[in-house]
Design a protein around this ligand. Structure first.
Ligand code: NAI
Length: 440
């Protein structure tokens, strides 16, 4: 079987093209890399199986990889985040897109299987579903995900196919955690670049991108006023920091952080936020946002204590942070009150409002990160793919960070695109910083 194209509505292509054009205007660094790729063709003949949110920014990345000579089969990395117009536009341009908004779980793994049927040289992930499914297939694991993937990928010798893979890339914290677990268990079959570990990725995308777009999703879904509200942010990692910072900027009356890590909790306190356990915050909050990458962070005992009208949203990668089975069990009824807003009426008579089915609220209820920030994340992705090709055969079956020079280069180009100049070290300063002999 070869990859096929399956999108919601091909007639949306024109609308999608205009959206992509808008993103391209705001992604100058990636566009510069595209120009270079077009001239140098570093990815000639490389086949890429990608699982990314199918958004206008991803389209800019895909076009860049194609300009470099690659062939791309694109699956989503979340069943609800696909922008159908963008998917249609990419399909028209010859990309093997298999994605539409509102896929079932089976469709989703059919999409992953479709991407794998390109017989990739490189896998590209946001959340690690392609790489984990590929490894499960190679190891002969039988479960729903592998069965559904094989429905589109067909019967192949996956253990042989996986041996020819040059490497993979991973975009997000949760995906890196999963791939590091594979590395620890000794089952990782090819090198992976943890794009998330580039400074020009996590410090900007996770913090400023999610910080803004999470609020964009909450506001588009609910149209509530944040000023005067009590906001509870679970997790004070890069995402949590951004979400908490922007809650304050929108005028929240109190911003409460919950944590399990003492250092992060202390940082939140010194950044001026209140810190307390979720069980106490549950009684106080008007809006709850999870950003931990962990499961069951908001569960039954918390839901039972929440105020009538509390809003629950998740910014973490999977829909496990707000434990929906508990919400379903506690509820006597539920209805969709606005697109993306489910009202649960609990046995105690209170109503709780879950946004975007507990999935990434910024992608389900809005459009994901602004293009400016994806410019840096996806420049790292493009450079990571080039790096894997250039270093073919030289890397071990391990998780790597992109070299610092490439990370710094992304920052340099971004500053240049913003017309911001910085100082350079003088020769004397360089020597001073490298020496140990000079004291006061
Ligand atoms: P991180 O590792 O920097 O931070 C996570 C924080 O959550 C840590 O400080 C950890 O101690 C804390 N935590 C873990 N369990 C907790 C619990 N039960 N209660 C309270 N705190 C807990 O990770 P980062 O980069 O902030 O990412 C968080 C999640 O967001 C990941 O799933 C990541 O993949 C996802 N993400 C989502 C984006 C989006 O577009 N919505 C963009 C970037 C990342």
């Amino acid at each position: 079987m070869s990859p096929v194209v399956k999108v919601r509505d091909p007639s949306l292509a024109e609308r999608g093209r205009v959206q992509i054009e808008w993103a391209e205007r705001h992604m100058p660094v990636l566009m510069r890399i595209r120009e270079r790729f077009r001239k140098e063709r570093p990815l000639e003949g490389i086949k890429i199986a990608a699982s990314l949110h199918v958004t206008k920014e991803t389209a800019v990345l895909v076009r860049t990889l194609i300009a470099g000579g690659a062939q791309v089969a694109l699956a989503p990395c979340n069943p609800l985040s696909t922008q159908d117009d963008v998917a249609a536009a990419l399909a028209e341009e010859g990309v093997y897109v298999y994605a539409w908004r509102g896929m079932s779980e089976r469709d989703y793994y059919n999409a992953i299987g479709n991407a794998l049927s390109i017989e990739p040289d490189i896998t590209m992930d946001d959340g690690a579903d392609v790489i984990t499914t590929f490894h499960k297939l190679a190891l002969g694991v039988e479960d729903d995900t592998t069965r559904w993937a094989r429905e589109t990928a067909g019967e192949r010798d996956y253990s042989k196919l996986i041996e020819k893979v040059l490497g993979g890339t991973e975009e997000t914290t949760t995906g890196v955690i999963r791939i590091r677990a594979m590395e620890r268990q000794g089952i990782l079959r090819y090198p992976v670049i943890a794009v998330n570990e580039s400074y020009t990725k996590f410090m900007f995308d996770n913090r400023y991108g999610t910080g803004q777009s999470t609020w964009d999703g909450i506001l588009r879904a609910t149209n509530i006023l944040v000023a005067g509200k009590v906001v509870v942010v679970a997790g004070y990692g890069w995402v949590g920091r951004g979400v908490a910072m922007r809650a304050r900027g929108l005028g929240a009356r109190r911003v409460i952080v919950t944590e399990v890590n003492p250092v992060r909790a202390l940082e939140a306190v010194m950044d001026g936020f209140e810190v307390m356990p979720m069980i106490r915050a549950a009684e106080i909050g008007d809006i709850f946002i999870t950003a931990t990458g962990n499961m069951k962070v908001i569960r039954r005992e918390h839901m039972e204590r929440m105020k009538d009208g509390a809003i629950l949203a998740n910014a973490g990668h999977f829909n496990v942070e707000i434990w929906i089975p508990d919400l379903e069990e506690l509820a006597v009824s539920k209805r969709e009150i606005r697109p993306g807003v489910t009202e649960y009426t609990l046995r105690n008579g209170r109503k709780l409002y879950l946004l975007g089915e507990g999935r990434l609220v910024n992608l389900v209820c809005a459009e994901g990160h602004p293009s400016e920030v994806m410019d840096m994340s996806f420049s790292n992705q493009a450079l990571a793919v080039e790096y894997l090709v250039k270093n073919r055969g030289r890397l071990e079956k391990k998780v790597y960070k992109l070299p610092d020079e490439l990370d710094t280069e992304v920052a340099r180009l971004k500053l240049q695109s913003m017309n911001i100049e910085i100082d350079e070290l003088t020769e004397e300063q360089r020597k001073y910083l490298e020496s140990w002999t000079t004291g006061t």
